[in-house]
Ligand binder design. Structure first.
Ligand SMILES: NC(=O)c1ccc[n+]([C@@H]2O[C@H](COP(=O)([O-])OP(=O)(O)OC[C@H]3O[C@@H](n4cnc5c(N)ncnc54)[C@H](OP(=O)(O)O)[C@@H]3O)[C@@H](O)[C@H]2O)c1
Length: 250
C-alpha cells in the first residue's frame, strides 16, 4: 500500500516530537490525524499549516472520551493504519525519595501508560478486522534500568511499562497482522526539555557522544520508517535514538 492511502493518528502532535512526526508524515502523503489534550492555538496553527489534515481532541487519561473521539475519526476515515502513541508528560522531579508526589506519579502513569492503552483499545478492533495495523509507542531511554535516575524515576517506571506493553502486545497481535514497536529517544529539544535546569542540561550534554540534544525532526524519520512497509519484518522491538548517550552516558 502506498503511503497516500494510509491514515496515521499521532497522539500529542500539537507540539514537540509529535508535531515533527506529523509534519513528516504529511510530507510523505499520509492522511494525518493531529491530536492534542485541548483545542489549543498551537494545534489549530498546525492544522492550518497542514491543509487536509484532521484534528481530534481528547484527554488520553479519559477512556470513554478517547474511545468516542477515535470512533468519530474512524467513521470519517474508515480505518487507522498507524497509531503513534506519543502523548506523554513528566511531572515528578525529585532529589530524595521523600519528594515523590503521589498525585504527580499517578498522573504520569495515567497519561503515559493508561493513555496508550486507551488509544490501542479504541483502534484495535478495526485493525483486527482488517488483519493489519501498526502501533508505535514512545518510550524513553529512562525506560532502561541502566539509565534510570532518581530525579525522574517515576517517569522512568511509565516508560519501562511501555516497553513491557509493546512486547506483550506484539506477542499476541503480530500473528494477527498488527505490529507493535517502541522508540526510546534520549534527550530531545521540546517543551518537556525546556523544564530542565542549565546544570542538568550541561550534565546531559557531557554524556552525549554527539555533544548535543536531538531536534525532534531527527527522531521523526525513524518513527516514519517503522510506520512504513519497509519495516514490515520488525515487531516487538525497541529502538534507542540517543546520540550515543547510552554508551557514554553519565
Ligand atoms: N523531550 C524529550 O527529551 C523526550 C525524550 C524521550 C521520550 N520523550 C517522549 O516523547 C513524547 C513526546 O514528548 P515531547 O517532549 O514532544 O512532549 P511535549 O512537547 O511536552 O508535548 C506533549 C504532547 O502530549 C500531549 N498531552 C499531554 N498530556 C496529555 C493528555 N492527558 N491527553 C492527551 N494529550 C496529552 C500534549 O498536548 P497539549 O499540547 O494539548 O498539551 C502535547 O501534544 C512523550 O511520550 C515523552 O515522554 C521525550
Amino acid at each position: 500500500m502506498t503511503t497516500k492511502n494510509k491514515v496515521i493518528l499521532i497522539t500529542g502532535s500539537s507540539r514537540g516530537l509529535g508535531k515533527a512526526i506529523a509534519i513528516l508524515a504529511y510530507r510523505q502523503s499520509y492522511r494525518v490525524i493531529l491530536h492534542g489534550s485541548t483545542d489549543s492555538d498551537h494545534l489549530d496553527a498546525l492544522q492550518k499549516q497542514l491543509p487536509g489534515s484532521m484534528k481530534v481532541v481528547f484527554d488520553v487519561t479519559d477512556k470513554q472520551q478517547t474511545y468516542e473521539e477515535i470512533q468519530k475519526v474512524l467513521k470519517q476515515v474508515g480505518a487507522i493504519d498507524v497509531l503513534v502513541n506519543n502523548a506523554g508528560i513528566i511531572l515528578n522531579k525529585v532529589k530524595h525519595i521523600e519528594d515523590v508526589d503521589d498525585e504527580m506519579a499517578w498522573q504520569e502513569w495515567k497519561v503515559n501508560v493508561l493513555g496508550p492503552i486507551h488509544c490501542i483499545q479504541a483502534v484495535l478492533p478495526t485493525m483486527l478486522t482488517a488483519g493489519k495495523g501498526n502501533v508505535i509507542n514512545m518510550a524513553s531511554i529512562k525506560a532502561y534500568p541502566n539509565f534510570s535516575t532518581l530525579s525522574s524515576f517515576t517517569y522512568g517506571h511509565t516508560k519501562a511499562a511501555i516497553l513491557q506493553m509493546t512486547k506483550a502486545l506484539a506477542k499476541e497481535y503480530s500473528p494477527k497482522g498488527i505490529r507493535f514497536n517502541a522508540i526510546a529517544p534520549g534527550y530531545v529539544i521540546t517543551d518537556m526539555s525546556k523544564q530542565w535546569t542549565n546544570e542538568a542540561k550541561k550534565r546531559i550534554n557531557n554524556g552525549i557522544l554527539l555533544d548535543r540534544l536531538a531536534n525532534p525532526d531527527e527522531i521523526a524519520p525513524f518513527v516514519m520508517f517503522l510506520a512504513s512497509d519497509d519495516s514490515a519484518y520488525i515487531t516487538g522491538s525497541d529502538f534507542v535514538i540517543d546520540g550515543g548517550y547510552s554508551i557514554k552516558g553519565k
